[in-house]
Ligand binder design. Structure first.
Ligand code: F6P
Length: 285
């Protein structure tokens, strides 16, 4: 597993370099979710694929930018599901973006996730790695090397509120709940990049990030294998909770297809409790 984390560190430096130096235009292709691919999406995907090709413990790769599973080593133990450059459309306005990695052993489902990691490309490059029975570990790059900063622990209750999707497509329940959070003093923090938005909530002590079911996207927007499950694990390891619109733990998701999405809510315990009450959900998740 250490080899995988070391490889993630190497690709992070390369992707950061690509973000800072390469063409920001569109490629001629779309990804599996029908989104136009930027040249940077394709390049970041290529950097990750090339880096893991020689790692024999990696059985296969599943990328947000590829339709199917790429088989690498038959004897390998792990499948790495990744979003090479999440929020890539924010690069042209110079906002932070990220890469997300979910490392699975066996069938691709939440319960088989053994570790996850994400990289934030912002004013600095930061990396968070989560494994079982440990708080998420926070690193920052300096001169190409990642230094350990500390462990991440969410407070019981935070101050930040981030909800995705357009308000005109939210349900009445979601809108009332979000309005209620603002009325009780929460601050809006939403850049439109899942990685920096969730990173901010983790590092600033807590709050809530929602990407609810909307009338235009009833199954949500964020992808289970490369976005939702890896972050659900990190939030749980940090002492928070991560649930779907039925109050089920996101770690229980079993995607039918690699690109399946799910409504998702990540937060400190207090905000998730409030969400369950507002959505009238069974709290025994
Ligand atoms: O996965 C794509 C993404 O860019 C996420 O990084 C982000 O959280 C979300 O989409 C933003 O979507 P919306 O603009 O609908 O709120």
């Amino acid at each position: 597993m250490l080899t995988i984390f070391e490889t993630i560190k190497k690709v992070a430096i390369k992707i950061d370099h690509a973000i800072k130096t390469e063409d920001l235009g569109y490629s001629d292709s779309e990804n599996s979710s029908g989104e136009d691919q930027l040249k940077l999406d394709v390049k970041s995907d290529y950097i990750i694929e090339e880096a893991f090709r020689d790692i024999s413990i990696v059985k296969s790769l599943v990328s947000e930018e590829k339709e199917g599973e790429l088989q690498l080593h038959q004897e390998g133990k792990y499948t790495i599901c990744y979003d090479p450059l999440d929020g890539s459309s924010l690069v042209d306005v110079n906002l932070s973006v990220g890469s997300i990695f979910g490392i699975y052993e066996g069938e691709l489902k939440g319960e088989n996730l053994v570790a996850s990691a994400y990289v934030v490309y912002g004013p600095r490059i930061e990396l968070v790695i989560a494994t079982h029975n440990k708080k998420p570990q926070h690193y920052r790059a300096q001169n190409g090397l990642f230094n350990f900063i500390g462990e991440i622990t969410l407070n019981h209750k935070g101050k930040l509120n981030a909800s995705g999707g357009t308000q005109q497509h939210w349900s009445a329940v979601h809108k009332t709940f979000i309005d209620g959070l603002f009325a009780s003093g929460y601050r809006l923090r939403y850049s439109g990049g899942m990685v920096p938005d969730l990173h901010q909530i983790l590092l600033k002590g807590g709050g809530l990030f929602s990407y609810p079911a909307t009338t235009d996207k009833p199954e949500g927007k964020l992808r289970q294998l490369f976005e939702v499950i890896p972050f659900a694990f990190i939030y749980e390891q940090a002492g928070g909770e991560a649930i779907d619109a039925n109050g089920e733990r996101l770690m229980r998701l079993i995607p039918a297809h690699p690109h399946d999405t799910s409504p998702c809510f990540f937060g400190s315990k207090s905000e998730i409790e409030a969400l369950k009450t507002a959505y009238a959900l069974n709290t025994q998740s």
